[in-house]
Design a protein around this ligand. Structure first.
Ligand SMILES: Cc1cc2nc3c(=O)[nH]c(=O)nc-3n(C[C@H](O)[C@H](O)[C@H](O)COP(=O)(O)OP(=O)(O)OC[C@H]3O[C@@H](n4cnc5c(N)ncnc54)[C@H](O)[C@@H]3O)c2cc1C
Length: 390
């Protein structure tokens, strides 16, 4: 492989770039991972990370296959067995229970810091460039070249862009996108609850956006409250006590009084989809390819599925003696993943619109819908299977 620093150059050491580096290296490809942050991910059990993910069982299985599942469980993670979703009547929620699907759990809530540290532990040594800012990129079929801020140039056969929702590479290499801002922000923090969370994920659809209370291993809950910017600004400005009271009311007391919020953070919300997931010498994965509303907690799950599919496609092409870097191989990956990602984009966008609309007819439809799904023998297993990533 003369002239190349690795088969595959991976831009971005977020959870998706880390997972891709492990999966591709295990599949027999040589890999270089380039991340602008100078610090290796680490986990401090005395600290909490307000950024959490609801990982589906399919994602947890994939992490196990990467040998990152065990370290993650050893750090901190909270399996959840049930979900309760409602808009006006907490006593009549849409219920999802793992037992109904014959599963042990519906997934696990994990903190970003724990996931990144677990993936880092599973990463082969010596393949990562930390503190390396990518400032130039050039790709063609079977060739990729990255210029770093320190003047070095790295070469590979394929460049994998895992550089997040703002993907500088996607912009630099002129991959067009479609999408829009939701003009909303997600406000996140952790809180204590008067009533036990009972290993259940709670989600209320408010007219301004969904409010989720996700169970954490230390008994607290993680809040993800999607709302317009004006409300987010107002909520950020409240004292801890006033904020907790406001949230206890907004969640209709399902977990009793909430208290002791950790520092609040906000993330802007948008929908984004790259029109192409590949170009000669380039392939996109994770948020670089698609950004979804967090109301269904699916962004990272979709990204991990991208990594699993891409790794399998490249390895199958190589094993069949075909050029694994060829557009045909990359197109097969893109076709498979676009179908599932677009379905989730449409589902989350549709739900956001349905629940964000206060027209009386839509409100009635929503209430009818939640009740119906509970009773329909076919709809519920299908929704459950989707949530489990099956
Ligand atoms: C409020 C909120 C809640 C969410 N909840 C869930 C959930 O419950 N479940 C779920 O599945 N998903 C959830 N998501 C989505 C999830 O956060 C994303 O899908 C996930 O973080 C994407 O990971 P990534 O590795 O693709 O991108 P990122 O995490 O953004 O990582 C990109 C990396 O690339 C690096 N980088 C960028 N540019 C350069 C450069 N020029 N040079 C070098 N390095 C570079 C960055 O430093 C970064 O480390 C949520 C999102 C939000 C906003």
């Amino acid at each position: 492989m003369s002239g190349y620093d690795a088969d595959i150059l991976i831009a971005g050491g977020g959870p998706i770039g880390l997972a891709a580096a492990i999966a591709l290296q295990r599949a027999g490809f040589t890999v270089r991972l380039i991340e602008r942050s100078p610090q290796a991910p680490s986990f401090d059990s005395n600290q909490t990370d307000a950024r959490v993910y609801a990982l589906a069982p399919a994602s947890l299985d994939f992490l196990d296959r990467l040998d990152a599942g065990e370290p993650l469980r050893a750090l901190r993670h909270c399996p959840y067995r049930a979900m309760r979703v409602w808009d006006q009547h907490p006593e009549r929620p849409l219920r999802f229970d793992a037992a109904e699907a014959g599963a042990e759990h519906l997934g696990a809530i994990v903190e970003h810091a724990a996931l990144a540290a677990a993936l880092w532990q599973a990463l082969p040594p010596g393949i990562t460039e930390l503190g390396a800012e990518i400032v130039a990129a050039k790709t063609e079929e079977g060739q990729a070249e990255l210029g770093l801020a320190d003047g070095r140039v790295l070469r590979g056969r394929l460049l994998l862009a895992a550089d997040g929702p703002d993907s500088p590479l996607r912009a630099r290499l002129e991959i067009p996108t479609v999408g829009w801002s939701y003009q909303q922000q997600a406000l996140v923090c952790h809180l204590r609850t008067a009533l036990p969370h009972a290993g259940t994920a709670w989600q209320r659809f408010l007219p301004g956006g969904p409010l989720a209370l996700l169970p954490l291993a230390d008994g607290r809950v993680s809040l993800v409250w999607s709302c317009d910017k004006a409300l987010a600004t107002e909520l950020l400005a409240l004292s801890d006590a006033d904020f907790a009271l406001r949230l206890s009311v907004a969640s209709q007391g399902v977990l009793g009084a909430l208290s002791e919020p950790t520092p609040r953070r906000v993330f802007p919300l948008r929908l984004l989809h790259a029109q192409d997931y590949h170009a000669p010498g380039l392939v996109l994965v994770g948020d670089a390819a698609h950004v979804v509303h967090p109301l269904a907690g699916q962004g990272l799950n979709l990204g991990l599925a991208d990594v699993a599919t891409l790794t399998a496609s490249l390895a199958a092409a190589r094993d069949a003696g075909r050029g694994w870097w060829r557009p045909r191989t990359l197109a097969a990956y893109a076709r498979q993943r676009k179908a599932e990602n677009l379905e989730m984009l449409a589902l989350t966008d549709g739900l956001k619109r349905l629940f964000g609309n206060e027209q009386a007819s839509l409100r009635a439809l929503r209430n009818l819908g939640l009740g119906l799904v509970n009773r329909l023998p076919l709809a519920k297993p299908a929704l459950l299977a989707r949530a489990l990533g099956r």
